[in-house]
Design a protein around this ligand. Sequence first.
Ligand code: FDA
Length: 510
Amino acid sequence: SAAYSSDVDAFLSCLSADIPPALIYTPANNYSSVLLSSVRNLRYVMPGTTGPLVIVAATEPAHVQTTVVCGRRHSVHVRTRSGGHDYEGLSYASVDPHRRHFAVLDLAALRAIHIDGSRAEAWVGSGATLGELYYAAAAANRTFGFPAGNCPTVGVGGHLSGGGFGALSPKYGLSADNVLDAVVVDAEGRLLNRSTMGEDLFWAIRGGGGESFGVVVSWKVRLVPVTETVTVFSIRRRRNESAVDLITKWQAIAPALPRDLYLRVLVRNQQADFVALFLGRCGILVDTMRRHFRDLGMAERDCQEMSWVKSTVFFYYGTADLPAEVLLNRSSNPYYYLKVKSDHVQEAMPRHAWEIIWSKWLDKPEAALLQLDPYGGQMGSISPSATPFPHRNYLYQFQIYSVWFDSRNGTAAVLEKQRVMMSWVRGLYNDLTPYVSKNPRAVYVNYRDLDLGTNELDEGGNVTSYAKARVWGEKYFKDNFERLAAVKSKVDPHDFFRNEQSIPPLPAAA
Ligand code: FDA
């Protein structure tokens, strides 16, 4: 409509008062290369999804402030993108035709990292990747590490604000558990730090998903001690060897291992890979494995000793024969489609359940990768209300991770393949129901899943419905959902920062 486009023009001219034109991209000036620069899921650049009206590629915090102020003034909502790894593309796309009116604030250029070696702390821009943070920490001191995800191109901004789980989590918890301070632009366009934002907002952005509360520009984090030499292994067992028995046992063993040892399982087709990080040398690891998990048959020949930073290369690339500099490569191949569903397991699943998963599901050509990540250790020592991330007391996290490639032109064929891939993921998820978390099913917000439900606006209002949002919100946040909504009412009562799964303001009567 005319009103619609004049809003956008007014928004653009408001931006241009403070932001250089070279940093403002619209479809008319060919924004697609910027848009695609950090897209990780091609489902969200397909017909039927909507991209932004405008992309602002901020290079300083003032650009963020201006974008928020202009957006408020001219009713253009803002979605923040740091690394673009959102499983459901919410940082750059919308599946809801009623939410077309948004701009993307791309923080990729706000990625400075300052290490304070004497205090073992760092200030990190949200646009930095995990790989850049790992590399910088280790370059400052080989015994500095940081607990965060296993994929080096994930963005600091989304990852830390949603939690951040990885190989150091059994020892040091989530990334969010190691955040000391943050700089945030709020819905009024103010630049706040921990002392000026207050503890409620500081609590909310450490696991509640930043997108509902403001734009986190940078983070102060605690770097954690790692040994100069760590040991990794990856042991493959096939289904017709002992994989089913081993996984059944792994479920109780892995969360109870010493905190220096993280042991995950990747299951695909006919095999299971047991992949470990140990903060220490091979000899002690072999002993530890014998004591806790003799049946796996781990021996000295399985050990690979290396620096911690090289172990982050190993965890992503499956080999440590690459230089640590690969962590600085920001452009991973974006040409894939992705659907992930996840859950948490509280009581070990019986052996026959694993037999069924294998015989009914993993034989199929469209089978996904199953990623089983142990909790326990520090994860279980932190109170479920200390941060918005409530899932502290499970044995392990269960991800059904489907990635596929499709180079065909022609939307119909691509959509048909997508349907087959996604229905496999959803089918297995349904079959897992008796064995996984219940009332509500527990999901980690960084493994975003729009199947859980999407927001609607309140009748006649212009604010996200609390009642509708509880359906998905309590799965991500359990009892912390209400507190998140209360924080939202305080810091963004008009619901400026919103998407399909943003936290709504708490209604006055609730
Ligand atoms: P992106 O930019 O897409 O943002 C994600 C969400 O956060 C969006 O809603 C966005 O608006 C919001 N947001 C981003 N930056 C913000 C900011 N500065 N301020 C406020 N809001 C902001 N997770 C994990 O715990 N462990 C793991 O090992 C992995 N591994 C992994 C591998 C791969 C290939 C993918 C695609 C994803 C993962 N993840 C993961 C999940 C990952 O942690 C999750 O997708 C993060 O939100 C990604 O953060 P980005 O900044 O990259 O995403």
